[in-house]
Design a protein around this ligand. Sequence first.
Ligand code: GLN
Length: 483
Amino acid sequence: MHNKTITELAKDLREGKFSSVELTQSYLDRIKKHSELNCFITVAEDFAIESAKMADIKLANGDASPLTGIPIAQKDIFCTQGTKTSCGSKMLDNFISPYNATVVEKFNHSGAVMLGKLNMDEFAMGSSNETSFYGAVQNPWDTSTVPGGSSGGSASAVAAHLTAAATGTDTGGSIRQPAAFCGITGLKPTYGRVSRYGMIAFASSLDQAGPMTRSAEDAATLLQTMSGFDPKDSTSMNKPVPDYSMGLNNSLEGLKIGLPKEFFSEGLNDSVARVIETAVDEYRKMGAEIKEVSLPHMKLSIPVYYVIAPAECSANLSRFDGVRFGYRCDEPKDLNDLYIRSRGEAFGDEVKRRILMGTYALSAGYYDAYYIKAQKARRLISEDFKQAFSEVDVLMGPVSPSTAFGLGEKTGDPIEMYLADIYTIAVNLAGLPAISIPAGFVNEKPVGLQIISNYFTEPHLLNVAHKYQQTTNWHQQTPKGFE
Ligand code: GLN
């Protein structure tokens, strides 16, 4: 039963082929069996079985929603009342939130069953899940490689069928890149589409939550539950939520696809490029027109991101001081010692690096030179996309320049690690929606195709992704040993 999509599972639950308790237990057994992947920080066994029992009652009464009784798992960045929320950090190793994130509330309300909390890079800073306090996560396609990050636990768990679906968050690519590395579907919605309330903040102007699933159809189901205005999040958009599943099968005849030439320049692995070209050909066969476009300022996206994201994180993470939140050092001598040692002992190296960079960029005298300058360049990057979307409907390209790299391969060189996000970051800076879908393999490692569309056009984005999944079966492949 763990091989099925949410759509299939929902049908089987309704037909009584198995109960939600049975389904949940089978996932809990798989999580135990494959614990070496290290996908979960917390497995919420009792909570899951209790929720499944309640879901079975709803199913029996016929008042179930599409997610009722479906086991899912939450990235450990979402606050969950009563279950630990660590954000991958020693700082929050003992943190139990007194409230639920809006996303978690919405899933609970829909009757979905939460299996537990998924491993991630510390405070979502990373591209390989190796900055987690709880250790690295393995990629089920090749356990000597990383699953990507920061939503590495989510991607690995979905790929290895340890959960029917998962949530992720994407500040600079953290849904799309791990989805690509693990051969699953990952959608980063438009900024403001999904509430950030109760989602521990990294870089508030970039962070956005989204679904990580086995198909675009499942992503539509999850997004339906996650989306919507939230008065508790001042950046949430008060815009009606469309039906994400309705237009999935719309024809793509005449679809205008733009290929940004900057996505195909040096740096992109040749074999990955060929996989992307073959995927684009598939769209050509479906009646799409292909055109080259340009995003001339895309090359600025990494330097701009590494000013803005650290600046925002340095402000957001100042609350973890050993007093208001988080870990407190033993026997502090005085208040200053308490601050210094609590933060020094509980934050990992990457988080400290970001706080230092951000504090520097925001300090008097440097603010104009770095932060204001970066904001101006950010505007230029958004304008490039605006221009591109005046010519085409969607943009396509790779998610990452390579397939999953080896565990430990890039940990010694932060700049090398940062460069792996070259194709994803500009989308966050502009606040646009984008999806990664499985498009093939290079040396038996999955490759993701990235599709980017205009603001709040997720229904169209999902339609474009779903049609591809109707004519290809890359998304249905399962890593060996995880069938
Ligand atoms: N890899 C990027 C970073 O390290 C993006 C992380 C994310 O999207 N959360 O910041």
